[in-house]
Design a protein around this ligand. Structure first.
Ligand code: CP3
Length: 344
C-alpha cells in the first residue's frame, strides 16, 4: 500500500524516527554518470525531452544513494516553452527565453490545452519511472510556481533582483496578472497529467518568492500556489503537495494553511529551531541544510545535519537541502550527509 512509503507517511503528518531524505537537483552535474548521459543526449533540453534518458538520470541518484524520493528530471521552463515561448540554454550562463511584456505577446501564447503537444515526453518519463522505481521510493513531480516562471518569461533570462517582472507588475498590471493567470492554468493541467502518469506528490518551486513584498507576496506567491493546490486536490483527492516559497523568511509562518500544501520546504535563511516552533507545528517541513556543505563536507556538514535533525525530530520532517546541490559538490559528501541522517 502506497502509504507505507516513508516520504508519503511524513507528508501525511507522521513523525518518523529517522527522517526520509532526498535532495533538490539530486540528478545533476556533480555526478559523473549524469554528465555521461547528458553528453549522450546532446544539450540539456534534448535530455529533458528524451523519456528514456530523462528516466535514466532520475534513477542514477536512487541507485547510487538509495534516496527515499526521486524527482522527475525536467525543468520549470518547459511550461513557458509549451505555451509558445522560445527557450534555449547558453552554456555557463543559463536559460534564455523570448519575452512576454505586452498584451499582444500575451495573446499570442498557445491555448492551455495545446501544452501537452510539447509536454507529452515528460509524462512518458513519469510513466517509465513509475514502473522502474523501487517499491519504497516516492516519485515527485514538479513545476515552477507562477511568479517564478513569470520572472523568467518577462525578463527572458534569470535576473538577480527580478527587476523586469517587478517593473511590469507596476507598469502594466493587466498584462502581468494575465500572464500569472495563464501560467497558473497551465501549471494545473501540466501537474494533473504528471499525476495521471504516476507522480505520487508534486512540488511547486517559487524560487524568487522572497523578492515579493507586502501584499504582493500573498497575491502572487501564495494565492497562485493555493489555486493550483486546490485544483489538483479536487481532481486527485489526497495528492500531497509541497510548496517552496524560497526566501520567505518570517512569512513561512502560516504557509501550510494559506496554500493548502501538505509540506512547506524551507531554505537555509531560517533557523531549524525557529522552523520547528513556527512552521512545523502546522505540518511537514523539508529542507534547510546549506548546499555549500556538499562542497566542503567534514565536521561542519555532520554537525549541521545533526542539528537540523535534532531541531525537527518532534514533528513530520523530510531531510533536504535549502536549495539545489551545485555542480562543484563532492558526491562523497552526499553519502556522508545520508549516513549522518540515517545514524550510520
Ligand atoms: O531537482 C531535480 O533534480 C529535478 C530537476 C530540476 C532541474 N531544474 C534540472 C536542471 C528541477 C526541479 C529544476 C527546477 C528549476 N529550474 C528551478 C527552481 C529551483 C531552483 O533551483 O531555484 C529554476 C529556477 C530552474 C531554471 C533553470 N534551469 C536555471 C536557472 C538553470 C541554469 C542554472 C544551472 O545550474 O545551470 C537551469 C538548468 C538546469 N535545470 C540544470 C538541471 C540539472 C543544469 C543543466 C545542465 O545539465 O547543464
Amino acid at each position: 500500500m502506497a502509504q507505507q512509503k516513508t516520504i508519503l507517511r511524513a507528508l501525511a503528518g507522521e513523525t518518523l524516527p529517522t527522517p526520509p531524505i532526498w535532495m533538490m537537483r539530486q540528478a545533476g552535474r556533480y555526478l559523473p554518470e549524469y554528465k555521461a548521459t547528458r553528453a549522450q543526449a546532446g544539450d540539456f533540453l534534448s535530455l529533458c525531452y528524451n523519456p528514456e534518458l530523462a528516466a535514466e538520470v532520475t534513477l542514477q541518484p536512487i541507485r547510487r544513494y538509495g534516496f527515499d524520493a526521486a524527482i522527475l528530471f525536467a525543468d520549470i521552463l518547459l511550461l513557458p516553452q509549451a505555451l509558445g515561448a522560445d527557450l534555449w540554454f547558453v552554456t555557463g550562463e543559463g536559460p534564455r527565453l523570448s519575452t512576454i511584456t505586452t498584451a499582444d505577446e500575451l495573446a499570442q501564447l498557445k491555448p492551455t490545452e495545446a501544452i501537452h503537444d510539447t509536454l507529452n515526453p515528460i509524462y512518458e518519463t513519469v510513466s517509465i519511472l513509475s514502473r522502474e522505481l523501487p517499491d519504497e521510493t516516492t516519485l515527485i513531480g514538479f513545476a515552477g510556481a507562477p511568479w517564478t516562471v513569470a520572472t523568467y518569461m518577462i525578463a527572458g533570462q534569470g535576473t538577480p533582483d527580478q527587476g523586469p517582472a517587478h517593473a511590469l507588475k507596476a507598469e502594466n498590471r493587466p498584462v502581468f496578472e494575465g500572464l500569472i493567470n495563464r501560467i497558473t492554468e497551465g501549471t494545473i493541467e501540466y501537474l494533473s497529467k504528471q499525476i495521471d502518469a504516476g507522480a505520487e506528490c508534486v512540488k511547486l518551486f517559487d524560487s524568487w518568492a522572497g523578492s515579493l513584498q507586502g501584499d504582493d507576496f500573498t497575491e502572487f506567491s501564495i494565492k497562485p500556489m493555493q489555486q493550483i493546490t486546490a485544483a489538483l486536490k479536487e481532481r486527485h483527492p489526497g495528492i500531497p503537495v509541497i510548496a517552496f516559497p524560497r526566501g520567505a523568511g518570517e512569512r513561512y509562518v502560516g504557509v501550510h494553511a494559506a496554500t493548502g500544501a501538505d509540506c512547506v520546504a524551507v531554505d537555509d535563511g531560517v533557523d531549524a529551531a525557529w522552523v520547528a516552533e513556527h512552521v512545523q507545528i502546522d505540518g511537514c517541513v523539508q529542507g534547510n541544510l546549506k548546499s555549500s556543505h556538499m562542497v566542503t563536507g567534514g565536521d561542519a556538514l555532520v554537525s549541521e545535519t545533526r542539528r537540523i535533525c535534532a531541531a525537527l525530530k518532534n514533528g513530520p520532517h523530510i531531510f533536504n537541502l535549502g536549495h539545489g546541490i551545485t555542480p562543484d559538490a563532492d558526491p562523497e559528501n552526499v553519502q556522508l550527509m545520508i549516513d549522518t541522517v540515517r545514524g550510520a
